[in-house]
Structure formats: structure tokens, C-alpha cells
Design a protein around this ligand. Structure first.
Ligand code: GLN
Length: 190
């Protein structure tokens, strides 16, 4: 099993470290060809606009096709924005792999970044979550399962093989969320 980490921009290294700490082989993904033979993909936090501009032609469409075929993906923060069906204030979504609408920078500006503890359904309580200019999920379809809520907004959710979080689990030493994603990948068995 190899799990890729999208490395166009953002907090790539921290996800690689988290996966390696759980004995998972990883691969840096910059191009479509890097997706060959992967069992799953993490889309990190960073700046969603920059990532979409840096992606090679056809990359978004390739990820959409993989998502539709049941390939597991986990988007954190900007990665969640890339996977969402719609982004408030933007004409179109990006990969549109999960039926959620997100509001960017909903947790405030850089100075308003914060860390808190969340109860996450299916994972446990007191999960540390770092929010950095985080997007929130404002609406979601009936096929989407909310997994964590902060201040009344959904901040983690899953639809089939797509997992998203508003925050950065890779910036803490608590590996439970990465473990959960690894189990999703194993269950899918691609
Ligand atoms: N605000 C960023 C965006 O809109 C996301 C921030 C993050 O990933 N920490 O892409």
C-alpha cells in the first residue's frame, strides 16, 4: 500500500511524517503520472488557489475520475476546498468529489488561527485540531456524514471514500485521524 501526498504547495512534509510514523509507504505527487499504483491520496493544507494554478492540465479531471471510481482521498483545509462540490463566492468548484459547500477563511484571518480539542465521530474524543484560516462546511448533501462540529459548523465529514477536515491533523502528534484514513484505504483495497 502506498499513499500519495499532493505536493503542489502547502503542508506536505508533515503529512509524509505522519504516514511514515504509522509505517505507511508514501509518495510525493506532483503530476498525473505520479498517481499510478497509489492506494490513496492526501491533499494537504496551504492555499487552494495556488494549488489549483500549479496543477498540470487535466490533473483536476483525473482526480475527479478517480474519486468517482472510489479512490480514497483525504483533504485537509485547502485540500478540503479542492475536494468540495462548491466554494462560496467562486463560480465553480475544483475536483467536486464530495457533496459539500465550503466557506473559505471562515475561522478568520491568520491571527485568528487556533487549536482546540474535538469529539470526532468514529475516532474518539479530545482530538487536537489546529485551525489556520480554515474553511467551514456550510451545507452538505444527504450522502455526507458530518463527523465533527465546532461552534455550530461542520469541520470534518466523510462521503464514501472521501474524507475532509477543516483543520490540520498533521500538525499534531495525535495520529488517530491518519490511522482512520489508512483504515479507509485498507477497506477500499485498491
Ligand atoms: N485559506 C486557505 C485557502 O483558502 C486554506 C488555509 C489552510 O489550508 N490552512 O486555500
Amino acid at each position: 500500500m502506498i499513499i500519495g501526498v499532493l505536493a503542489l504547495q502547502g503542508a506536505v512534509r508533515e503529512h509524509v511524517i505522519s504516514l511514515r510514523a504509522l509505517d505507511v509507504e508514501t509518495r510525493i505527487v506532483k503530476r498525473k503520472s505520479d498517481l499510478e499504483g497509489l492506494s490513496g491520496l492526501i491533499l494537504p493544507g496551504g492555499e487552494s488557489t495556488a494549488m489549483s494554478l500549479l496543477a498540470e492540465d487535466g490533473f483536476t479531471e483525473r482526480l475527479k475520475a478517480l474519486a468517482d471510481a472510489g479512490f480514497p482521498m483525504f483533504g485537509t483545509c485547502a485540500g478540503m476546498i479542492l475536494l468540495s462540490e462548491a466554494v462560496e463566492g467562486r463560480p465553480t468548484g475544483h475536483i467536486r468529489a464530495i457533496d459539500i459547500t465550503v466557506a473559505r477563511n471562515a475561522s478568520g484571518r491568520q491571527v485568528d488561527s487556533f487549536e482546540t480539542l474535538l469529539d470526532v465521530e468514529g475516532i474518539g474524543s479530545d482530538v487536537p485540531a489546529v485551525f489556520i484560516r480554515a474553511p467551514y462546511i456550510v451545507t452538505h448533501g444527504s450522502g455526507v456524514r458530518p463527523m465533527a462540529v465546532h461552534n455550530g459548523s461542520v469541520v470534518m465529514a466523510r462521503q464514501d471514500t472521501i474524507l475532509v477536515a477543516s483543520f490540520h491533523p498533521e500538525l499534531t502528534d495525535d495520529r488517530r485521524i491518519h490511522e482512520y484514513f489508512i483504515e479507509m484505504v485498507k477497506e477500499t483495497g485498491t
